[in-house]
Ligand binder design. Structure first.
Ligand code: AKB
Length: 313
């Protein structure tokens, strides 16, 4: 049977998505890969893979009889602004290599994540629509918008099955995020669970769309399992759970840690956040493949703090 290759399996999404894929398909069906010499899932096959190396990617696909790829390796928004050429090369060359190997090896499906970063200041800030003005202002956002168009081009030109979600900021405790603008929320939760205060690099009322990782993983699997004829969006689906600002997160954290204090020292990441929507209209995902988030914002904070507190020394 053909196998599933997860590229970027050691990352924030890959760590948890791989576990969910193993539950669904079995350990022998999932091959993990990332840039590091070792994987995070010791029971699984692991390949050290730089996705910008097309030849190595093609070899891994052939060697493991791969039929499906989840391509999650990417530079995020804040790190991308600091290292623009590196970010563009990783995000674009990586995606084009995946699409090309998928075409040549006739893979059955590809998953690739887009992001709310593909939107920009011309997008309505509330309920950003599925289709509308998109003028991203970061290298990361430009790569996501270009990537959406490349995925649509390959799908239309070659009849390939390429599926994608515009993830909001994702919150999780298993693996660190890779330098994003929404990372402040994760850092604040880690600080609170360690009995520390936190200084946010986004301002007190900077509202952004966010989601808990178990919901993001389930959305990914539900999208990838949906019958193809049900999916009408060409490109990437808007996806949402809830939105909050640093002030609201601090208020909810204080229900468990009353002494917790959040201070505010906005830096260059504030400019990035200011160009993103405050909320997302994900009605197409809800209509076409019955998307609905399971965790409320309060559930997420509670679950995160419980896991993080249990991991304290
Ligand atoms: C980031 O902040 O760069 C990411 C994203 C919203 O795609 N978390």
């Amino acid at each position: 049977m053909k196998k599933i290759l997860v590229i970027g399996a050691n990352g924030q999404i890959g760590t948890e998505l791989t576990t969910a894929l193993v539950k669904l398909h079995g350990a022998s069906q999932v091959v993990t890969s990332d840039i590091q010499p070792q994987g995070r899932h010791p029971q699984l096959s692991y390949e050290t893979l730089d996705v910008t190396d097309a030849k190595r990617l093609a070899d891994v696909v052939a060697q493991h009889n791969v039929g499906e790829i989840y391509h999650l390796a990417a530079a995020l928004s804040a790190k991308g602004e600091e290292h623009p050429e590196w970010a563009w090369n990783l995000n674009m060359t990586g995606l084009l290599n995946v699409l090309e190997v998928a075409r040549q090896a006739k893979l059955s499906k590809v998953f690739w994540p887009s992001s709310i970063a593909a939107f920009g200041p011309s997008t309505p800030r509330d309920n950003a629509p599925q289709v509308g003005a998109m003028d991203p202002k970061t290298v990361y956002g430009i790569s996501k918008l270009a990537g959406e168009h490349w995925c649509a081009w390959y799908a239309e030109k070659y009849g390939m099955d390429i599926r994608s979600l515009r993830y909001p900021g994702l919150i999780s405790y298993s693996a660190e995020p890779g330098g994003g603008t929404t990372d402040y929320a994760i850092q604040a939760l880690f600080a609170a669970a360690a009995g520390k205060n936190y200084t946010s690099f986004l301002d007190v009322d900077s509202t952004l769309p966010m989601m808990y990782m178990p919901d993001a993983v389930r959305a990914t699997i539900e999208l990838m399992s949906a019958p193809k004829e049900q999916l009408k969006v060409v490109g990437s689906y808007n996806l949402a759970a809830w939105s909050f600002a640093p002030r609201e997160l601090a208020d909810i954290i204080r229900r468990r840690y009353p002494a917790f204090e959040m201070r505010y020292q906005p830096d260059f990441r504030q400019v990035i956040a200011d160009a993103w929507p405050r909320s997302i209209d994900d009605s197409k995902a809800r209509e076409e493949w019955s998307w609905t988030p399971a965790y409320s914002l309060a559930d997420m904070v509670d679950d995160m703090l419980t896991h993080l507190a249990a991991a304290q020394p």
